[in-house]
Write a protein that binds this ligand. Structure first.
Ligand SMILES: [Zn+2]
Length: 344
């Protein structure tokens, strides 16, 4: 079959790769009907070294189950399913707590050990605990929004949950990428009263406004902090959704949180130590977050998509076939595209 292989920074090629097969009795193989390129795929696109190992990329997909291992019970051949970016057994103590991204038998797609979904098909380990059947046809108009359940919508929601967004709260979302935009949807959905989007790309800001962000802060650093404080009685926001992962964005997150507030971070940290240690300490600010257990959130988010209450699929502004994937990476990396949908 064909897949998108990343060799090193800036080097993505469409090639023939081995067909996925059942390796463990708990595996399934799905034929990928939709995949996409993630903002987090841009980190290796900027920094992967040749000796890190080539890998079939992609950790977000919808597809049709083609084959299942002997121990798979919950999944049927022919079913249309969404695949979260992490696989999980669904039974260990962490899965039972709704923290599937810490599953003791879990892992992630799109690395040298577990090939990813920017391909014609993908092997899904721990199929019973991982994939989730969708009650629609494979070309349903809701496909873009349903695809966000595999990562960005669940991840934005996780940031909001960790930051304790609720009715009447003030919220700042740092980052106007697909996750940040989904964070705005999540904050609105959870009842936030004031939503501030922090970003500087016009098209993304416009979408954030549609999703419920009434205020925009495009400054950075100290100026950004002053602007947010000016919008929030001088004290900062109750909840910060940190959807970038850079040093400066994390520092800003801590500074714009009001005393007793919380920061939910879902941007993969590109730093070792968490910035703002003293500031967050003296303000009693809670910092939490990590890889979102998106599998846990599908039950809650799916009905809102099916019934049209949220439209996270609007973050996709470009669709490519497999041959278009390398160009899709370039376009996202150059900020020409918010998020690229892949129809293999
Ligand atoms: Zn588990």
């Amino acid at each position: 079959m064909r897949g998108a292989v990343m060799y090193q920074a800036g080097d993505v090629r469409i090639e023939d790769v081995p067909d996925p097969t059942i390796q463990e009795p708990t595996d399934a193989v799905i034929r990928v009907t939709r995949a996409c390129i993630c903002g987090s795929d841009l980190w290796p696109y900027k920094s992967l070294e040749a000796n890190d190992g080539a890998r079939v990329m992609g950790h977000e997909a919808i597809g049709v189950v083609e084959e299942v291992g002997a121990d798979v019970r919950a999944v049927t051949i022919g079913e249309l399913v969404v695949m979260p970016f992490a696989f999980s057994d669904g039974t260990c103590m962490f899965c039972q707590e709704g923290l599937q991204t810490e599953c003791i038998h879990g892992g992630f797609f799109g690395n040298p050990e577990v090939p990813g979904a920017q391909a014609e098909a993908v092997r899904v380990p721990q199929a019973d605990g991982t994939i989730y059947a969708l009650p629609v046809d494979e070309d349903d108009a809701l496909m873009p929004s349903l695809l966000t359940l595999s990562d960005v919508m669940g991840t934005g929601h996780h940031a909001a949950v960790v930051a304790r967004v609720g009715r009447g709260k003030s919220v700042a979302v740092i980052g106007d990428g697909a996750v940040g935009l989904c964070g705005v949807i999540a904050a609105k959905r959870l009842g936030a009263e004031q939503i501030i989007i922090m970003g500087r790309h016009e098209d993304r800001i416009a979408l954030a406004r549609d999703f419920g962000a009434a205020e925009v802060v495009s400054e950075r650093g100290e100026e950004a902090v002053e602007r947010v404080k000016g919008l929030t009685d001088g004290q900062g926001v109750d909840a910060v959704l940190e959807c970038v992962g850079l040093d400066q964005s994390m520092e800003t997150a801590v500074e714009i949180a009001r005393p007793g507030g919380a920061v939910g971070r879902v941007g993969v940290p590109q730093h070792e130590a968490t910035p703002g240690a003293q500031t967050s300490f003296f303000k009693n600010v809670t910092i939490g977050g990590g890889p979102a257990p998106v599998r846990a959130y599908i039950d809650e988010l799916l009905p809102d998509i099916l019934e049209g209450r949220i439209e996270p699929g609007r973050v996709f502004d470009r669709t490519v076939d497999l041959d278009g994937v390398p160009e899709g990476y370039r376009a996202m990396n150059d900020r020409e595209s918010i998020k690229v949908l892949v129809k293999p």
